[in-house]
Design a binder for this molecule. Structure first.
Ligand code: CP3
Length: 318
């Protein structure tokens, strides 16, 4: 994820003229950015250029991105009545520009490079909808979860339904795999994950499975409850660097493929250290089928393109 982005000069150049939302809203530009990492890095798959927060626009939450401050949600939801009033989003009608970007990107990509569509998982989306932006502590999110569990479950249920239908629409438009991002779910205890999140992730992933394409269930900080996280669904489980790949795979089980798990900061290390970490991950995967080499989280803006290319080449056996 965040395969495209500010570390790439060609992305920064487009960003001089267009806001991130402009890029997302304009299918030709979104498709162009989707192709940039494939051309520049030689990666095996493309991830659609979009953002997990785009469904907040048709939900009426008011989405903007302030330079250097991340996302801003103008109308956060915290009350039962606000959650009840959330409209039902029709992906074809309300997020048609994303589906158009899928179609254009698919048509422009080489036939042997699959296109991955994606959405946010219910918890990670809810955290932005409740907090109104990024947070370190998830205070408002957890307050709502504990103080108003009925409102919480209503909200997560609505988001699960939305993202499930949204990714199915992406697959119909040409996405050949789908990824659900639960980027911040690691802020929860194992017990709270099970009670407040797992049923909704399971529902979103079950809906997504109707698309009939492989589903990647990604999270960070999930090591304390990896069995439950994998049990929620997905054919591929995305893990970060806080757990070693062999241990993660043992706990997830052989029925799943595993994606991961280089620390994005390793791309800032001297080449010898970076390569050592890449080889360590490959050794822990031990040639088992179903390992997707990836970073445990997005490429950091400070990263040199040459470092990313070097990792791709090393993984490809160069
Ligand atoms: O190649 C790709 O992966 C690009 C497509 C993509 C973007 N966002 C574009 C984007 C994807 C897959 C995402 C997912 C996303 N967005 C997640 C889940 C994955 C993760 O990284 O955890 C989350 C939590 C978001 C929400 C979001 N969008 C935040 C918190 C920010 C600000 C980050 C920052 O560093 O400023 C964004 C903005 C955003 N979305 C950028 C990109 C490339 C960064 C920048 C920009 O051009 O200003």
């Amino acid at each position: 994820m965040r395969q495209a982005g500010r570390y790439m000069p060609e992305y920064r150049k487009l960003r001089e003229q267009h806001s991130i939302l402009d890029l997302c809203h304009t299918p030709e530009l979104a498709a162009q950015v989707t192709l940039q990492p494939v051309e520049r890095l030689g990666v095996d798959a493309a991830i659609l250029f979009a953002d997990i927060l785009l469904p907040f626009e048709p939900l009426g939450l008011g989405l903007s991105f302030a330079a250097g401050e991340g996302p801003h949600i103008a109308n956060p939801v915290t009350r039962q009545a606000e959650v009840e009033r959330l409209p039902t989003v029709d992906p074809e009608a309300d997020l048609g520009y994303v589906l158009d970007a899928v179609r254009l990107a698919r048509a422009a990509l080489p036939a042997d490079v699959p296109l991955i569509g994606f959405a946010g998982a219910p918890f990670t989306l809810a955290s932005y909808a409740i907090e109104g932006g990024s947070t370190r502590t998830f205070t408002r999110t957890k307050t709502l979860m504990y103080q108003a569990p009925d409102t919480w479950h209503l909200l997560l249920g609505k988001l699960a339904d939305l993202v499930g239908r949204y990714v199915v629409a992406q697959a119909r438009a040409g996405a050949q795999a789908l990824q659900l991002f639960d980027s911040w779910v690691g802020c929860l205890s194992p017990a709270d994950y099970r009670t407040y999140v797992l049923p909704h992730s399971r529902r979103a992933l079950a809906l997504a499975a109707e698309a009939g394409v492989p589903i990647i269930h990604f999270g960070t900080g999930t090591a304390p409850f990896l069995e439950d996280f994998a049990g929620a669904g997905g054919d591929v489980i995305g893990v970060d660097w806080r757990v070693s790949l062999d241990e993660a795979w043992r706990r997830i089980g052989d029925a799943h493929a595993v994606q991961g798990n280089l620390d994005p900061a390793a791309l800032l290390a001297p080449a010898a250290e970076r390569d050592r970490q890449v080889k360590d991950i490959l050794a822990r995967a031990a040639g088992r089928p179903g390992h997707i080499f990836n970073l445990g989280h997005g490429v950091l803006p400070e990263t040199a393109v040459a470092a990313v290319r070097a990792v791709v080449e090393l993984v490809h056996g160069g």
